[in-house]
Design a protein around this ligand. Structure first.
Ligand code: ATP
Ligand code: MG
Length: 569
């Protein structure tokens, strides 16, 4: 299914989970409550796929006047950390959502879960099994063959209780035994073949310290946590569909205070993008990028630093919809969402990325003329700024040629061009260094062209950006391209690292910005006219050392031949 077909199908289904909730409310189920949760494991930063889940869970709660919990699914202490917890909380809030206080942790429920494990043992529905991992695999059977019962399956309740308590007291080594549910080794669903509920792990936990030498599995923790919190609709991705019978079995066999239901939807897959925390961690650990919040990362922290707005990500999640059909979304849709937002909301400014000096020979030395320019072509509410015009300016090297055909609508030797928001100039002479490289242009300006056409009626075809060489400021600009050159870097195994784009980052250190830009606050976003959208770096930007990151170009097919942002000045 293509992206547009998938999007259309999603639109038609009108978000099937919303429909389910509407029906539940109409039937008076759950006492009219809607309670969802977003349950990240704190083993990495959130990525664009998580944004889909966040928008869905918090969005449904908002829409139906319900509540949404943030619950850390923290049952694997070795891989988890407080750094990830803090980053996840910050990202959820940045996206624009607020959880129902307090933040929850599955580890808050470890004692209750342990009591429920004892309950299952007493009911003869769980047992301690000493098969090695390898033996357990053999006993489990395959998709086509049933499993076999463990030799420990029929031990007495008392013996099981003794062993479970020993596990709890830390008197058992890792790998020596596990607690398993006693369900059905012949079930066609492998998840029901006596799944593991507890493992021995002598690891310190970021929330509970050294209190627990045993940790519940995802399956034993998740549904019961939902029940404790009174979650009505427990929404997860399709890979948990086969776990749903186990989710239900546990709730049916435990004295839980509430009966939640699980619903699955298709995860977001984006082309040219990796959305697996494990692989993203590899990029960080191998220093292929500069941390989890590198602007090339599809993490929320990375996209934030790249200049993406929360609104654009929420709009993107709306656009892609929610369904059960797996598909791949074109990253161009995400790029559309950010362009659309920034086009409407980002103030315009001028920046010269590759400077070429221009001297206006008929302009008085040391004169500074304060021109004014609107900050946005249609948004008057964004105001205007002053733009100093001086004898020495910079324009972009790309915007000048000694000779060119008519398609080149920029500055050509002997011809005219309009400087954006300023005058029309003519290129009179080229100055070269000893190596023959052009180092300066001598131009003349027509003082009677501010906001009007030249008197001779010959209108210049192009408009280019410029910055005063004496009043402007030098800046660092980081140009980002896609991190992966392959449309499906994530699909294969480890070879995803082979698809890394070696040119994903170019740092330009001799860029020139108009003075108003030096006053930008970190994270302020702009359209640099004719260049694209840029953001002042969240960490490295200051008025002393301005640093901007390129968010995205002006349009998908921004062409080399003088794509023009502005029409007439
Ligand atoms: P990853 O596969 O990237 O490691 P995960 O599923 O292990 O992700 P969790 O922290 O367990 O990460 O995810 C929290 C929630 O976000 C879960 O409900 C999960 O289903 C959902 N989620 C994760 N990845 C995606 C995705 N690509 N699209 C939609 N939802 C996702
Ligand atoms: Mg997970």
């Amino acid at each position: 299914m293509s992206t547009s077909e998938a999007a259309a199908a999603d639109k038609k289904s009108n978000n099937f989970i919303r429909t389910i909730i509407e029906q539940d409310l109409a039937a008076g189920r759950n006492d009219g409550r809607v309670m969802t949760r977003f349950p990240p494991e704190p083993n990495g930063y959130l990525h664009i796929g998580h944004a889909k889940s966040i928008c869905l869970n918090f969005g449904l709660a908002e829409q139906f006047g319900g509540k949404c919990n943030l619950r850390f699914d923290d049952t694997n202490p070795e891989k988890e950390s407080q750094e990830y917890i803090d980053a996840i909380k910050a990202d959820v809030q940045w996206l624009g959502f607020q959880w129902e206080e307090p933040v929850r942790y599955a580890s808050d429920y470890f004692e209750q879960l342990y009591q429920w494990a004892l309950h299952l043992v007493r009911e003869g529905k769980a047992y301690v099994c000493h098969l090695s991992a390898e033996e357990a695999r053999e006993y489990r059977g395959t998709l086509t063959e049933p499993g076999r019962n463990s030799p420990y399956r029929d031990r007495s309740v008392n013996e099981n209780l003794e062993w479970l308590e020993k596990m709890r007291r830390g008197e058992v080594e890792e790998g020596e035994c596990v607690l398993r549910a006693r369900i059905d080794m012949a079930s066609p669903n492998i998840n029901l073949r006596d799944p593991i509920l507890y493992r021995v792990r002598k690891a310190s936990h970021h929330q509970t310290g050294d209190e627990w030498p045993i940790y519940p599995t995802y399956d034993f923790a998740h549904g019961q946590s939902d029940a404790i919190e009174g979650i009505t609709h427990s929404i997860c991705t399709m890979e948990f569909e086969d776990h749903r019978p186990l989710y239900d079995w546990l709730l049916d066999n435990l004295p839980v205070p509430y009966r939640p239901r699980q619903y699955e939807f298709a995860r977001l897959n984006l082309n040219y993008t990796v959305t697996s925390k494990r692989k993203l961690k590899q990029l960080v650990d191998q220093k292929i990028v500069h941390g989890w919040d590198d602007p090339r990362m599809p993490t929320l922290a990375g996209m934030r630093r790249r200049g993406y707005t929360p609104a654009s990500l929420r709009n993107f999640c709306d656009m892609i919809g929610v369904s059960r059909a797996e598909g791949v979304v074109d990253v161009a849709m995400l790029e559309f969402a950010i362009r659309d937002d920034l086009d409407k909301n980002a103030p315009r400014a001028m920046c010269v990325l590759n400077p070429l000096k221009v001297v206006i020979t008929n302009y008085p030395e040391r004169q500074v003329e304060q021109l004014t320019a609107p900050n946005h072509p249609v948004r008057d509410d964004l105001g205007e700024r002053t733009l100093p015009f001086t004898r020495e300016l910079y324009i972009d090297r790309e915007d000048f040629r000694e000779e060119a055909n008519k398609k080149f609508k920029r500055l050509v030797l002997g011809k005219k061009v309009r400087l954006r928001n300023a005058y029309v100039i003519t290129a009179d002479e080229v100055i070269r260094d000893d190596a023959g490289e052009i180092v300066e242009l001598r131009c003349s300006y027509d003082p009677d062209t501010l906001g009007k056409d030249p008197a001779d009626g010959v209108k210049p075809k192009g408009v280019i950006q410029w910055v005063s060489a004496t009043e402007g400021k030098r800046a660092e600009v980081r140009i980002y391209e896609r991190l992966f050159m392959h449309p499906a870097p994530d699909r294969g195994g480890e070879e995803f690292l082979e698809h890394i784009n070696p040119k994903s980052l170019t740092v330009l250190t001799d860029c020139w910005i108009e003075p108003s830009l030096a006053a930008a606050a970190p994270e302020d976003r702009f359209q640099f006219e004719r260049e694209g959208y840029f953001v002042a770096d969240r960490y490295d930007h200051s008025s002393k050392h301005p640093v901007f990151n390129k968010t995205i170009g002006l349009r998908d097919t921004f062409n080399e031949q003088g794509g023009n942002a502005g029409g007439a000045a």
